[in-house]
Design a protein around this ligand. Structure first.
Ligand code: SF4
Length: 284
């Protein structure tokens, strides 16, 4: 059997469905996007996938989907940027050593399909061997621990783990497909213990059971850096995106601005470093 038959066979055996999500393999025109708006303090954002099978019901990224159908079905489709690595290899001529890159702004680089495809892993491997940029990786998946071996090779890297609440009921109401809060805290503890700079992003902060107990859980991970941002029910620039389902859930849970402010007061007092909103996301 020749090499091309092998590749064709491999491509045919790839999954077109994973759990509830349709998986499509696409050729992208580029892999690095000039960062702007909320992410403007970075040079580039890098999204190995478009769409996200975690499908959080407040996800702002849904509003960047190309069609109404994609927006309406957010969480049920993923497009794999099949040529992401090849596109990145072209950047070897212009190394990204002094650049700041944020992975990822409109998808989760460690969503379930990544476990099989190792696309994000291949990108990290390329970046560490040919570029060594300043890197921030944002995820809510414990799968990040798989890549600790690569992450420790970067000179400047930060892993951001999103943890939005201390309540599994709240997590299930807003992020039913996502890994549990405990598994995320355990994962970021492991990343931190490996010596990598870490941060827990409570973005958006969802209703809490007990802010004081939550702070203890956060500190137990060993993480020293935290970012908080409110859930925005109103129409606005960045937040125009908050989806109806999430707004309904929030109303039911009786979480409001004053409860958010009370929780943030506890964070300001107890956490060693707290970034708030856009400024908190600035590169390391
Ligand atoms: S994990 Fe992130 S990108 Fe994916 S649906 Fe949730 S908020 Fe959106």
């Amino acid at each position: 059997m020749d090499l091309f038959s092998n590749i064709e066979q491999e491509e045919e055996s790839r999954k077109n469905k994973l759990g509830h999500a349709d998986i499509e393999y696409v050729k992208s025109v580029g892999i690095l996007t000039q960062a702007k708006g909320f992410m403007e303090s970075y040079d580039y954002t890098l999204n190995p996938y478009s769409g996200c099978s975690f499908g959080c019901n407040y996800c702002y990224a849904a509003f960047f989907a190309r069609s109404t159908e994609q927006k309406d079905n957010w969480g049920k489709w993923v497009k794999v940027k099949d040529n992401a690595l090849q596109l990145l290899i072209k950047w070897r001529k212009k190394p990204l050593i002094d650049k700041t890159i944020y992975i990822s702004s409109v998808t989760d680089p460690y969503q379930p399909i990544e476990k099989e495809l190792e696309l994000t892993r291949s990108i990290l491997n390329e970046l560490v061997n040919y570029h060594k940029p300043r890197l921030v990786i944002q995820t809510r998946s414990p799968l990040i621990t798989r890549d600790i071996d690569l992450l420790t090779k970067f000179d400047v890297v930060q892993v951001n783990m999103t943890v939005t609440t201390d309540s599994e009921d709240v997590r299930k109401a807003f992020e039913p497909i996502c890994p549990s809060n405990k598994s995320r805290l355990k994962a970021i503890q492991e990343v931190t213990a490996s010596g990598i700079q870490t941060c827990i992003t409570m973005t958006p902060l969802l209703p809490l059971q007990n802010p004081n107990e939550f702070v203890k859980e956060l500190l137990n991970t060993g993480v020293k850096k935290f970012i908080v941002q409110p859930f925005h029910p109103e129409k606005g620039k960045f937040v125009a995106s908050t989806r109806e389902l999430a707004i309904e859930q929030m109303k039911k849970m009786n979480w409001n601005e004053s409860k958010y402010n009370e929780a943030v007061e506890v964070f300001r007092k107890e956490l060693p470093w707290l970034g708030e909103g856009k400024q908190g996301f600035a590169p390391i």
